[in-house]
Design a protein around this ligand. Structure first.
Ligand SMILES: *Cc1c(COP(=O)(O)O)cnc(C)c1O
Length: 369
């Protein structure tokens, strides 16, 4: 008997290349798109190790936990790192980037996270891209949490290395990921003697042996099931329309934010300004005296299906995340999340208005969709 996951024909080079082309269309990019055979951390790390070395001065923008990790990789590569840390309740501005270049004109690499699912903020990449381009630095962007939730336009924004994964707003698999690479970025890697070569981390291997060979022969057996899932997820986005998928996420964020404010009980949006809040996920600040992770545990007892989590690490005390992405970017998931949080707050003895919250959420959804 054949099994739907097991007895599959091998995934050939043609099919692999076609999936890359579809991902490139999703990004509106003419750059090379390489699908990497691992979770997004693979191209995120591979791109830094390829493009940065002892001669690099990197501006590393930290708006959440990923920025921290990128700084560690950059230092490990021997780069001089200028960290620009921004409080997690806000976004970085193009002006702050301009200032950093003025103070350190030697900066030739900029790493930035577009949207942070972990902290709930999103950064103005188009404006920042103009500043980076004006200084000729290489621009590296983690768009894992933004792709599918808001526009991601590497060509228009001058992004040289744009990493995406399908597991957030695309509603796809986590086991493969992609990076678009500009000609400038390929040249930087080729000139870097320490760039990984003949390595699982290597982007240059894919450039030389896959792209350079006309995409006829894969480097190794691909993660077939994950590739098929990625293809299916891009197909589904194409069928509905990328704009409609992004609109669902924007509405889910607006509705969650409005609903949380309407709920009362001392719950507040973690990101102060709505324009800095990521469409992929909404973070909330627990009322004073309430431990966020305990509130989340109570909410999950009330409804185990809601996409609600506590912040990671030290943020678990104060931050609640509503992960309204992918299949959860729906009015139903937002309503259920608000109702569960309302039940948890009420159990903690705080006055809440669940009806009012649901009404505010519904209005915000209609206004933004
Ligand atoms: C989710 C996410 C990733 C991927 O990491 P996972 O923890 O494996 O999901 C990378 N970068 C950002 C900004 C993310 O939000």
């Amino acid at each position: 008997m054949t099994h739907p996951f097991l007895d599959l024909a091998p995934l050939g080079a043609d099919r692999f290349a076609a999936i890359e082309d579809r991902v490139a269309r999703l990004l509106s990019t003419e750059q090379d798109v390489v699908i990497m055979q691992g979770e997004a951390l693979l191209p995120l790390e591979g791109a830094i190790r390829a493009a940065a070395g002892p001669g690099t001065t990197a501006l590393n923008v930290i708006t959440g936990p990923y920025g921290q990790t990128f700084g560690d990789w950059l230092r490990d590569c021997g780069a001089t790192v200028v960290d620009l840390a921004v409080p997690f309740h806000t976004a970085v501005t193009a002006e702050q980037i301009r200032q950093a270049f003025a103070e350190h004109p030697e900066i030739d690499f900029v790493s930035l996270v577009h949207a942070e699912a972990a902290t709930g903020n999103t950064n103005p990449v188009a404006e920042i891209g103009e500043v980076v381009r004006a200084h000729g630095a290489l621009f590296y962007l983690d768009a894992v949490a933004s792709i599918g939730a808001e526009p991601v336009l590497p060509d228009a924004w001058g992004v040289d290395l744009c990493v995406i994964g399908a597991q957030k707003a695309m509603g796809g698999p986590a086991g493969v990921s992609a990076v678009s690479v500009s000609e400038r970025a390929w040249a930087r890697m080729a000139a870097n003697p320490r760039a990984p070569r003949r390595s699982y981390l290597s982007l240059l291997d894919w450039k030389e042996r896959w792209i350079g060979g006309g995409r006829k022969a894969l480097l190794h057996a691909p993660a077939q099931l994950e590739m098929l899932a990625l293809e299916a997820c891009v197909e589904r986005i194409e069928a509905v329309g990328l704009d409609a998928v992004m609109a669902r996420h924007a509405s889910a964020a607006a509705a969650t934010r409005a609903g949380a404010v309407g709920l009362g009980g001392g719950l507040e949006p973690y990101v102060y300004e709505a324009r800095d809040a990521a469409p992929v996920a909404t973070t909330l600040r627990a009322p004073s005296g309430v431990v966020a992770s305990e509130l989340v545990a109570r909410a999950l007892e009330a409804d185990p299906a809601v996409p609600v989590a506590a912040g990671g690490g030290a943020l678990a005390k104060e931050m609640i995340r509503v992960n309204h992405y992918g299949p959860d970017a729906t009015p139903g998931a937002v309503r259920a999340s608000l109702a569960a949080l309302g039940a948890a707050l009420s159990e903690a003895g705080l006055p809440v208005d669940v009806e009012g919250a649901l009404r505010a959420a519904g209005e915000a959804w209609r206004e933004t969709f």
